[in-house]
Ligand binder design. Structure first.
Ligand code: ADP
Length: 626
């Protein structure tokens, strides 16, 4: 029944923190990798773009050269910048004069290109060059890098790229092999070249500094944007991490609360001596407290998942088998109302039957019965005790009845010899009267008086014994009538003592035996008058108040009062607080009052201040109160 505490709540938080750190690290690595890749690409692009530009220039130069070659060179006006090419001295029409006298000279492709390259390269920054290991023009002699490239061409390569410093600046240098074509032989045929031979190389140098600037700019932008994204990502991760942590902490707190509640509930269930069984809607046992398991002789786990009715609720108290339809638990699941039973039988594991007092309370959620709680206790002892006390009461009633019968018979039978004693003593007194002295007359007076007192005592005893057995039926009685009769019966004593009797307000209807109630009030009012104070005339006030279906009568006097320690004693039989010389009486009146009140379902008690007066209270059931 006890759920073990969830271990590692602190561990959960630690794991969460570690996971957040790992995600942040992974994010940093991813952003770093992206930045590196972008930087790498930016620098890589420098070469790609520079190479493209170099190839573009190269292609353009090539196109011009092809064009010039196809036309066998071009004629231009010769001047100082463009003197006749000595390398073409073997060409008969190298120099021509136009009819208008302008002097033209033939520029072969290489000459033409070289002029373009040298004159305009400064202007555009891109420098082209034609070189050869065997140049006709010594200006075309290859430098060290070019010579190495030319040698690689001869070995079969057709293009060489390299980043190299030129005039102290980084350049991308491209050089392609220049193959001997038929058109080349016009100028270079005399050098022994054949078509297809590597004639030389055409190179292009692209300054890299502008590309480097571009790359640096791109790297800066990439770094800043990656940095911003990285920071944003880190912020997001830490925010989500914090949210997760807060959520986890709240969850943990909730879990701790639930566990605490569960533990308390568990303690309560363990502490309770009654059996508690929780069932689902179909009557399957879902929860059992130790007291229930112990009473039924099972282990807690043995009862779980079993059907309560089939397992425990076997037979009815009258010996018939208990069907599911009659089972109060099943009934609760059907009608959603609590059902309480005393004396239902539960079957223990060993097969013995145990009488129980049980109550099934349905659990209702959204108007639907979802299960129930059965609380039960073993009432074997109680039923046995009830049985034996019932038997005892029956026996007592019987012996009481026997005793009352005995008391009545004895009392009745005693009256006769007593009357005889009294009559004969009086007769004796009368016969011997002339010869008797005063002492003898006094003795005879005592004997007659004693016999009379004994006769009254026997009569009171008979009345006491008959309160229960010979009482009339309890019916609606007008309390006003009862008290009026009681006062009327006491008229002589009231007159003699000049007593004042006051009855406050209308008196209610009570349920009782009218003649017994007259006797009850007669005893109380009679005592109030009898035990009057020698200093003042007696005044008796009778009042009533109604509460909880009962009428509470009070009979208050201004008499001699009763000490507190005698409040209880005066209601016992033959208990008197004064000698016969002071106040006459048998000491049975209040005992009869108590017995009468109890027979009517009420009670009697007294409050008093010695020397000031007493108030006797009697409660009697009101008419119509259930
Ligand atoms: P009895 O009146 O015959 O003596 P009761 O049973 O009526 O017997 O009363 C028992 C005793 O209670 C009385 O002897 C008396 O001492 C005391 N007692 C009863 N009523 C009063 C009262 N109103 N004032 C003072 N004492 C009382």
């Amino acid at each position: 029944m006890v759920t073990p505490g969830m271990p590692g709540n602190g561990g959960r938080l630690r794991r969460l923190r570690r996971a957040t750190t790992m995600v942040a690290l992974a994010w940093t690595l991813a952003v770093g990798a992206s930045l590196s890749w972008n930087i790498f690409n930016a620098w890589e692009n420098v070469h790609v773009l520079a190479a493209r530009e170099a190839r573009l220039h190269f292609s353009k130069d090539q196109a011009i050269r092809y064009w010039a070659s196809r036309h066998g060179g071009v004629y231009v006006e010769s001047d100082q910048r463009t003197p006749p090419n000595p390398a073409l001295s073997h060409v008969p029409e190298r120099d021509l004069t136009t009819p208008s006298g302008r002097r033209l000279t033939l520029m072969n492709p290489a000459y033409m290109l070289r002029q373009v390259m040298t004159e305009y390269s400064e202007q555009f920054g891109i420098r082209g060059r034609i070189t050869s290991l065997d140049p006709i023009n010594p200006d075309n002699a290859a430098d060290a890098w070019e010579a190495a490239a030319l040698r690689r061409f001869e070995a079969g390569e057709r293009e060489v790229f390299e980043v190299a410093d030129k005039d102290g600046e980084p350049h991308l240098r491209l050089m392609r092999a220049m193959m001997t074509e038929a058109s080349c032989l016009k100028c270079h045929g005399h050098q022994g070249y054949r078509v297809g031979d590597v004639r030389g190389g055409v190179g292009v140098s692209v300054p890299l500094e502008p590309y480097f600037d571009l790359a640096r700019h791109s790297v800066r932008i990439q770094s800043v944007s990656h940095g911003a994204i990285w920071l944003l990502g880190l912020g997001g991760i830490s925010l989500v991490g914090r949210r997760f942590r807060a959520h986890t902490q709240a969850e943990m707190a909730e879990q701790a609360r639930a566990e605490k509640l569960h533990r308390r509930l568990d303690l309560v269930l363990r502490a309770v001596n009654d059996g508690i069984v929780g069932i689902d809607r179909r009557g399957r046992i879902r929860l059992v407290n130790p007291a229930a398991a112990a009473m039924l002789g099972y282990e807690t786990s043995e009862l779980l998942e079993r059907d309560l009715h089939e397992t425990l609720h076997h037979a009815r108290a009258d010996g018939r088998l208990c069907s599911e339809a009659d089972c109060p638990t099943q009934q609760s699941m059907r009608d959603g109302v609590s059902h309480q039973q005393v004396g239902e039988l539960f079957r223990r594991k060993d097969g013995s039957l145990m009488p129980v007092e049980m109550i099934t309370t349905p659990l209702v959620e959204d108007g639907q019965v979802v299960g129930g709680v059965v609380v039960f206790r073993d009432v074997s002892d109680r039923l046995a005790a009830e049985r034996s006390s019932r038997e005892l009461v029956e026996k007592l009633a019987q012996s009481n009845q026997d005793l009352q019968q005995f008391a009545y018979t004895v009392s009745h039978d005693l009256q006769e010899p007593l009357r005889m004693i009294s009559s004969y003593v009086q007769l004796l007194g009368r016969r011997l009267s002339p010869a008797m002295d005063d002492d003898c007359r006094e003795f005879i007076g005592y004997a007659v008086d004693g016999a009379a007192r004994m006769s009254r005592m026997i009569a009171d005893l008979v009345e006491f014994s008959r309160v229960e057995s010979r009482g009339g039926p309890l019916e609606d009685v007008d309390a006003g009538r009862v008290i009026a009769d009681a006062v009327a019966n006491l008229s002589l004593a009231i007159e003699e003592s000049h007593a004042q009797i006051q009855v406050a307000g209308p008196l209610p209807c009570v349920v009782g035996d009218a003649s017994q109630l007259v006797r009850l009030f007669q005893n109380l009012i009679g005592n109030a008058v009898k035990f009057r104070s020698p200093d003042r005339p007696p005044c008796v006030r009778i009042g009533v108040r109604e509460m909880e279906g009962m009428a509470e009568f009070s009979v208050a006097d201004n008499g001699i009062g009763i000490p507190e320690e005698a409040f209880e004693r005066i209601f016992q039989i033959f208990q008197r607080l004064h000698g016969r010389g002071e106040y006459d009486g048998t000491g049975i009146g209040l005992a009869i009052v108590r017995r009468t009140a109890e027979r009517h379902g009420g009670r009697v008690w007294v409050e008093s201040a010695p020397g000031e007066g007493s108030v006797f209270y009697v409660t009697l059931p009101l008419c119509g109160a259930t």
